[in-house]
Design a protein around this ligand. Structure first.
Ligand SMILES: NC(=O)c1ccc[n+]([C@@H]2O[C@H](COP(=O)([O-])OP(=O)(O)OC[C@H]3O[C@@H](n4cnc5c(N)ncnc54)[C@H](O)[C@@H]3O)[C@@H](O)[C@H]2O)c1
Length: 425
């Protein structure tokens, strides 16, 4: 799971990106990539899921197509024809209503998965079996799919394919800078971490609009494909367009928003599977939904570090030190504390809290989705599996979040046992 800041050629990630951006992608290692790329020196991109996130990712990927010239849009897939037509027409791609057909397309080297949570694992497993590199949106899976998350991890690791989960906060240099400070012993043993996510709004991105209140299943809307192995139900326009409100398809704060902050924090402090997880929460503001709008988790790692992961969708105040929509972490160690203020990392030595100004270390570079995708594409070109957010870390984060949901649902503490998974205590 450790991520090296340098690739196997000894270049830093940033200097490699600079090199590729100037068009020098035809290095010796490029010859290892798939045939369609060999033809035009670009990776063919297939987008699965043409809703809000698929659209946003396509806009970001267009920079790589137009400026870096490392990729080319090839194909799009959605089970709802109007969204498929809209996005595929903008980028002049082939259209599929079944993702398996897109995976069979020889011109597609890389798939971008931006479907609802319960599809991510199956689509990733089938994609890597078809030899495609995968950028899969967070969360890895639906919160009831721990076994599938495990299978997905195994499938990616057994394949030659590159994988990155959609936690773009990992493109912010602050995490790598703080990780280095932690590894250098700046704060000693991390003992206590606070972090969280606060926003206002009942069901997430863009309010999840209902595109067409009269939509019905048929040739242009495949309801069975939307459900896949989720519980069988009659078509419901709200479930289809506003799936984030329903427990069959979404996990709310935990799996929807916490991957964005838990991923960089566990990377920074260098912890893996949790020992104990407790989750509490509820619908404290928005009654219409099925899943909590307010959710808090307490996590223990290795009997050494406690982590409090707090958040609500009912109030967006994040404290005074903002960074994106995440509440900035406070990482307390035996020898001092690391946190963030504006564009600085702030270090407070443990013994000088009242007498000294803290040390301030400028953050080199903020979060950037284009950079995050560029870094992934560069890994695909080099076949370097050490992406900014690789499968092992995604699995550890997802397991922790699933344990939080199970704890809330069953009113029990959960532990993790290697070989068995989450277990109620
Ligand atoms: N990284 C981020 O910041 C971020 C932001 C937003 C969403 N996301 C993630 O992206 C995913 C999609 O979210 P969204 O907001 O775009 O939802 P959305 O409803 O706007 O889009 C999902 C699309 O997938 C389509 N779809 C459903 N089942 C499909 C299937 N079997 N095959 C092909 N297409 C299918 C739907 O018709 C819809 O157009 C979610 O998992 C979400 O967590 C991540």
């Amino acid at each position: 799971m450790e991520q090296s800041p340098r690739n196997k050629h000894g270049m830093s990630r940033r200097s490699f990106i600079k090199t590729t951006a100037t068009g020098l992608i035809a290095t010796a290692s490029v010859s290892a990539v798939k045939s369609s790329m060999a033809q035009n020196n670009r990776l063919g991109i297939g987008i699965i899921g043409c809703g809000g996130r698929g659209t946003h990712l396509s806009q970001a990927l267009k920079h790589l197509q137009d400026n870096d010239k490392t990729i080319q849009f090839k194909a799009f897939c959605d089970i709802y024809r109007p969204r498929l037509d809209k996005l595929a027409d903008i980028y002049n791609g082939k259209k599929y209503m079944d993702y398996r057909e897109l995976l069979n397309d020889k011109e597609v080297d890389v798939v971008i998965i931006a479907t609802p949570d319960h599809h991510h694992a199956r689509q990733t497993i089938e994609a890597v079996k078809a030899g495609k590199h995968v950028y899969c949106e967070k969360p890895m899976t639906h919160w009831t799919q721990w076994e599938l998350a495990k299978q997905m991890t195994d499938a990616v690791k057994q394949s030659e394919c590159v994988f990155q989960i959609g936690t773009q906060a990992m493109s912010d240099s602050v995490w790598k800078q703080m990780k280095e400070l932690v590894e250098q012993g700046k704060i000693g043993q991390p003992v206590h971490v606070e972090c969280g996510y606060f926003r206002l709004g009942d069901w997430g991105e863009r309010g999840m609009p209902i595109d067409d209140p009269n939509a019905k299943p048929g040739p242009d809307l495949n309801w069975d494909a939307f459900l896949e192995d989720a519980p069988k139900r009659e078509f419901d326009v709200s479930r289809f367009f506003r799936w984030r409100m329903y427990a069959d398809y979404a996990g709310g704060m935990s799996t929807d928003l916490y991957p964005h902050i838990l991923t960089p924090v566990v990377y920074t402090i260098g912890v893996h599977m949790p020992k104990i997880v407790v989750g509490i929460g509820g619908k404290l503001r928005y009654e219409e939904r099925e899943i909590p709008d307010t959710f808090d988790m307490l996590i223990n790692y290795d009997d050494k570090t406690d982590l409090a992961l707090l958040g609500t969708q009912a109030n967006e105040y994040q404290g005074t030190a903002l960074r994106g929509q995440n509440r900035v972490p406070v990482i307390r160690g035996w020898e001092g504390t690391l946190t963030i203020n504006e564009e600085d990392i702030v270090f407070w030595p443990a013994k000088a809290l009242k007498t000294k100004e803290p040390e301030r270390i400028p953050i080199q570079k903020g979060e950037n989705l284009v950079d995050y995708l560029r870094s992934f594409i560069d890994c695909c070109i080099r076949k370097d599996k050490a992406t900014l957010s690789p499968i092992d870390m995604a699995f550890e984060v997802q397991t922790t979040l699933i344990m939080g949901m199970l704890s809330w649902k069953n009113s029990k503490m959960y532990t993790y046992e290697e070989g068995k998974g989450p277990i109620a205590l």
